[in-house]
Design a protein around this ligand. Structure first.
Ligand code: AHR
Length: 507
């Protein structure tokens, strides 16, 4: 059995991660909102129409922040038609179907209050204007000054909503995006929008759609950097907009080859501008699996609904979300934690249905494999990122979905400590599809060598095979507790099962 040893330097705190790296995203796409979290006809619905089983599942993973309403949806969305007692259905030009507008800003803020998370609104920088964005801030955050705060009060909401996080635009660099812009147009729009938004609420935290691409970010940071608190990055690794063809387990492991790439490039640009202390990265859409929506993100739009609406149901096949999703997601969470000095927020895309971690059906919900990874990280890992060194780590040769030979680490580890009580928690991901690995963990506190660790605990997210999944009436992936066993002084050792995500807690 492959063996490695990890030394954790408990006297070396690299940084303290924000809980917001465990954020989520929800979009007006397919069944994420209507039929997902918002389903007034459901027997699980509460008095406001929200699925109480979904709310409970979101609370259990302590969702810290929820980005809404898009995504591509937002680039032709007008928020004013979705507030107050009269809602005007509109044709969603992004996803090409009618949205009833019965879920708008007021419902979204209620949802965030029920979940206990921060709202994070992405504005329309496609067809929208700086004025429409700043009017939205007036509506949400001003006490009673002006037309929109008074409109909110007239709609029955006397107190401001206090929406602190805002993003200017979504992927406006993309040819697929409504109202897409070149880098210079984008820089000017972000500058003018940020100015107006900060004039309404100087305390608002503003992000803007960014890329790891140099030209786009250089123009953006040169023009608007002094008004921004964040830049937004997105990544999906297994893109399937038109063909719903899943990367296999080993092909998904190939995607872990360089998970830091985009963060590294964005960090370099922020440092080049001397902005790395003031602007953080919001990785506010990420998922191994890109969403399936044929006939839309294309030059030639599909004509028949059976060719572009019906196929969206293929996102709902629970058997497609396996240990590949869980292991990949854990590797990316390790990457986000390691870079949490500059990554201050991340949002899994999406939280409910489509490729999300919570699936809804008439009789309840299914917690897909990645849900249990978030449960493990949010509830069992620490917030202080500790320096550590790994010896004897194995590598694995895999082939990407495109057929490229790739060599990746077979073991991905992250050492943390819980600042509130000093508990050590090491995430150890065994990416090998068939072989177990043994890891020995020692905690070296060179400053206080008398510190000894006694109690050992291992929690694991896994299934019988790389293809294990959860579905209605079928639980193939669980979060379970391993055997407790005595330790040599200050040492812990564990056997990591194939394709498993583990947290070793040491007290
Ligand atoms: O596939 C869904 C889309 O992915 C989101 O709407 C957009 O932000 C990203 O391109």
């Amino acid at each position: 059995m492959k063996k490695s040893s990890l030394v954790v330097r408990t006297d070396k705190v690299q940084n303290v991660r924000s809980e917001m790296i465990y954020g989520q995203f929800i979009e007006h796409f397919h069944r994420q909102i209507y039929g997902g979290v918002f389903d007034p006809q459901s027997p699980f619905a509460d008095e406001d129409g929200f699925r109480t089983d979904v709310l409970e599942a979101m609370r259990r993973i302590k969702v810290p922040i929820l980005r809404w309403p898009g995504g591509c949806f937002v680039s032709s969305y007008h928020w004013k038609k979705a507030v107050g007692p009269v809602r005007t259905p509109f044709f969603d030009k992004a996803w090409r179907l009618e949205d009833p507008n019965t879920f708008g800003t007021e419902e979204y803020v209620k949802l965030c209050r029920k979940v206990g998370c921060e709202p994070y609104i992405c504005t329309n920088a496609g067809t929208g204007t700086a004025e429409e964005m700043s009017d939205w801030l007036e509506y949400c955050n001003l006490e009673d000054e002006g037309e929109y705060a008074k409109l909110r009060i007239a709609n029955g909401y006397k107190e401001p909503f206090g929406v602190h996080y805002w993003s200017i635009g979504n992927e406006n660099y993309g040819w697929w995006e409504i109202g897409a812009k070149d880098s210079k147009e984008w820089a000017r729009l972000v500058l003018e929008s940020a100015k107006m938004m900060k004039h309404v609420d100087p305390a608002a935290q503003l992000s803007a759609a960014a890329l790891s691409d140099t030209d786009w970010n250089v123009n953006l940071l040169q023009a608007a950097g002094q008004h921004l608190d964040w830049i937004s990055l997105h990544s999906y690794w297994n893109l399937m907009p038109n063909e719903n063809t899943f990367a296999t387990y080993t092909q998904s492991m190939a995607c872990t080859e360089d998970l830091e790439k985009d963060i590294r490039k964005a960090r370099g640009l922020l440092m080049a501008f001397g902005l790395e202390k003031r602007i953080k990265i919001a990785f506010d859409e990420w998922n191994l699996r890109g969403w399936h929506h044929p006939g839309v993100h294309t030059i030639e739009q599909a004509v028949d609904k059976k060719d572009y609406i019906t196929p969206r149901d293929k996102n709902d096949r629970n058997q497609d979300y396996t240990m590949a999703d869980a292991v990949f997601s854990a590797c990316f969470l390790n990457t986000l934690n390691r870079n949490s000095d500059i990554v201050g927020m991340a949002n899994f895309a999406p939280v409910v249905n489509t490729r999300g971690m919570i699936f809804t059906w008439d009789g309840g919900i299914v917690l897909r494999s990645t849900y249990h990874v978030f449960d493990l990280y949010v509830n069992y890992m620490g917030d202080e990122i500790l320096e550590s060194s790994l010896a004897g780590a194995e590598r694995m040769d895999v082939r990407s979905k495109e057929g490229r030979e790739v060599c990746v680490d077979a073991l991905d580890v992250l050492a943390t400590r819980r600042s509130q009580d000093g508990l050590l928690a090491v995430a150890a991901i065994n990416k090998l599809p068939e072989e177990a690995q043994e890891i020995t963990v020692s905690a070296a506190d060179l400053m206080h060598s008398e510190q000894k660790y006694r109690e050992f605990r291992i929690l694991t997210v896994n299934g019988d095979s790389t293809e294990s999944f959860n579905d209605i009436g079928h639980e193939g992936v669980t979060l379970s507790e391993g055997e407790w066993r005595p330790l040599a002084d200050g040492m812990a050792e564990a056997v990591l099962a194939p394709h498993s995500v583990n947290v070793i807690q040491i007290r």
